[in-house]
Design a protein around this ligand. Sequence first.
Ligand code: AP5
Ligand code: ZN
Length: 215
Amino acid sequence: VNLLIMGPPGAGKGTQAEALIKELNITHISTGDMFRKAIKEGTEMGKKAKEYMDKGELVPDSVVVGMVKERLLQPDCENGFLLDGFPRNVTQAEVLDETLDSMGLKLNGVINITVPREKIIVRLTGRRICRSCGASYHVLFNKPAIEGRCNACGGELYQRSDDNEMAVINRLEVYEAHTQPLINYYSERGLLKNINGDQDIKKVLEDILLSLNIR
Ligand code: AP5
Ligand code: ZN
């Protein structure tokens, strides 16, 4: 299956994506993770993306779209994929439709995770990420077994440079202005599955699988 997961920053997209790709045996395509990898590697694209990301702005479409198109052509996408963090505006959604069309593919569902705005800041400012595998934890809601270490790989946990209150508030504004219109876009196409993200992590996963008629 080819899926898309969307929702405001901190909705739990990355957390659910990690579980879903294992459950469904599909490939995770996270544009945020791809940019963070490029930043770590010090590539030109990484340097450009970092300027926007640290402020909570969207990286220009011209940079994002080419990267995703290239990624979708990789052989590991043939068994299905889960797009996370892309598309982020209507232009990107239209490019995605054209790209999938040209590949003879389509989306089977769009998971839209909703969380009340006031919970988002707590989630993001308490988030910690694994430096090695990108797994996401929370100092209160999703603690690692050993403080500061990843359960999955033992890697060191760090705080993302855009998880400070100022950047988070800007990310929320950008989400409302540019990404929220995609809810209508996919609803009109009969693809949207609304999921309550303000529940236990395992319950959210259950609801997603149910909505996809997989359980
Ligand atoms: P991106 O990496 O996509 O960030 P985001 O959309 O802001 O989403 P997050 O990763 O912050 O949140 P999430 O929903 O994955 O939450 P998580 O599961 O970690 O993008 C970053 C930046 O890159 C953008 O600002 C932009 O600059 C750029 N970018 C990326 N894609 C782009 C594109 N297509 N176009 C242009 N620019 C682009 O969970 C959050 C926290 O909550 C964690 O601590 C977690 O443990 C906890 N948590 C999760 N679920 C629950 C739960 N059910 N209950 C309690 N706590 C929970
Ligand atoms: Zn890890």
